[in-house]
Design a protein around this ligand. Structure first.
Ligand code: FAD
Ligand code: UDP
Length: 376
């Protein structure tokens, strides 16, 4: 008898499995329907021997010391500050928009103060920004919105920015200085040795059994377990009984070139006419030396593996109904990006899972009563 069946071996499932096994001595079976652990953070050495991410670029960044301390038990780190360029009107320009972006795009020589005035004269008055469009036009104006955001967002989400919640584009700041880092978190690093290696160490505990290429639905009646952690799509758990929650998918085109470098930074965004949204060149992320280079092109698609919850009011309302159903399942703990329908970064998922574990520890003595909660 397993104390826990954990569905999904991504960050949410692996952190919970590790904590339950190592801190409580619980016996855990973790299953994933994919052929590997690590969820969307999975990386592997491709045929050329280059470390690449199967599901697009994953850059670790956080302001939480506790999350770094926790993950550092399983990996060393390699310092890496992410920088992204956007291909706009034939030029490669820094994104998030900063002083250099504006000066190069418009062939100007503005100072930071002048850039403030420049933006003030262009931004549109938006009383209370609600949508992904409002946020951008209310900060940089319509022309820059159209060049950098509108096309990218329409491709990425299959929706106009006016149909998405503000949180989507609010992820991208605007800067009037020359800081061209994508993130400003105090901790920005990549796991030295890769994500998969880190997951292997998390899950290599004698109390954890890993089963891959196994769908939860195939084994739920065959394997005895006391409680369930579920990190897959929440609507699927309930057999879509309230309708489908939209998740955006991607097709990843992985290629290897016989040249040492392809582009100047790890990620170049294509917000204009191309069908793909971005190209990632992994050697920038990992620091690997190799005479060849491997890239991933991302093509957003509506059908396929669920990668992104789609943030808007309508979807949030449907999720709330599923959340209410989940609250009626005291033996099941829902965690992670798909099961709580949140556009979370990796550190946020780790934080959510660690918080859930603390609640289990408090609510339920060892091998004790059921966990009557849904992770919030
Ligand atoms: P997942 O990683 O999706 O894991 C869920 C697992 O559950 C999957 O492996 C799935 O196969 C399994 N599963 C589902 N249903 C079942 C079932 N019925 N039976 C068995 N198994 C099942 N975050 C960052 O912090 N930085 C980044 O740079 C970054 N870049 C990203 C780029 C892309 C293209 C994407 C898609 C995401 C990115 N993220 C990034 C977000 C990051 O991937 C997630 O925050 C994190 O991986 C979520 O972990 P999770 O465990 O919640 O979900
Ligand atoms: N975005 C954009 N242009 C860009 C970068 C981002 O329009 O050059 C918008 C787009 O809607 C995207 C969102 O901002 O989905 C969040 O970007 P982020 O890079 O955080 O996306 P992720 O890495 O999560 O795919």
């Amino acid at each position: 008898m397993f104390d826990w069946l954990v569905v999904g071996a991504g960050f949410a499932g692996s952190v919970l499995a590790e904590r339950l096994a190592s801190q409580r001595g619980d016996k855990v079976l973790i299953v994933d329907r994919r052929a590997h652990i690590g969820g969307n953070a999975f990386d592997w050495y491709d045929e050329a021997g280059i470390l690449v991410h199967r599901y697009g670029p994953h850059i670790f960044h956080t302001n939480s010391d506790a999350i770094v301390r926790y993950l550092s038990q399983f990996t060393d780190w390699r310092s890496y500050e992410h920088r992204v360029l956007a291909c706009v009107d034939g030029q490669l320009l820094p994104i998030p928009i900063n002083l250099n972006t504006i000066n190069r795009l418009y062939r100007l020589n503005l100072t930071s103060v002048e850039m403030e005035r420049f933006l003030a004269s262009r931004r549109e008055g938006v009383d209370e920004p609600k949508t992904a469009e409002d946020v951008v036009v209310g900060t940089v104006g319509r022309e820059l919105y159209e060049k950098f955001f509108r096309g990218y967002t329409r491709k990425q989400w299959g929706l106009d920015p006016s149909q998405l919640s503000r949180s989507v584009t609010a992820r991208i700041p605007t800067r009037t200085d020359r800081d061209d880092r994508y993130f400003t978190d105090k901790f920005q690093c990549m796991p030295d040795g890769g994500y998969t290696r880190m997951f292997q160490r998390m899950l290599s505990h004698p109390n954890i059994k890993v089963m891959l290429q196994t769908d939860y639905r195939e084994i739920r009646d065959a394997v005895p377990f006391r409680r369930l952690v579920y990190t897959g799509p929440i609507d699927e758990f309930f057999d879509f009984r309230l309708g489908r929650l939209p998740y955006r998918s991607l097709r990843f085109d992985h290629v290897t070139l016989d040249q040492a470098r392809f582009q100047p930074v790890a990620v170049v965004n294509y917000p204009q006419t191309e069908a793909f949204t971005r190209i990632t060149e992994y050697k920038h992320l990992t620091g690997q030396e190799h005479p060849q280079t491997s890239l991933t092109y991302e093509y957003p698609v509506s059908e396929g593996d669920p990668y992104y919850p789609v943030p808007n009011a309508q979807n949030e309302a449907l999720y709330k109904q599923y959340e209410a159903l989940a609250a009626q399942e005291p033996e099941v703990l829902f965690a992670g990006r798909l099961a709580t329908y949140r556009y979370y970064n990796m550190d946020q998922v780790v934080g959510q899972a660690l918080a859930a574990f603390e609640r289990i520890r408090k609510a339920s003595p060892l091998h004790g009563a059921a966990v009557a909660e849904v992770v919030g």
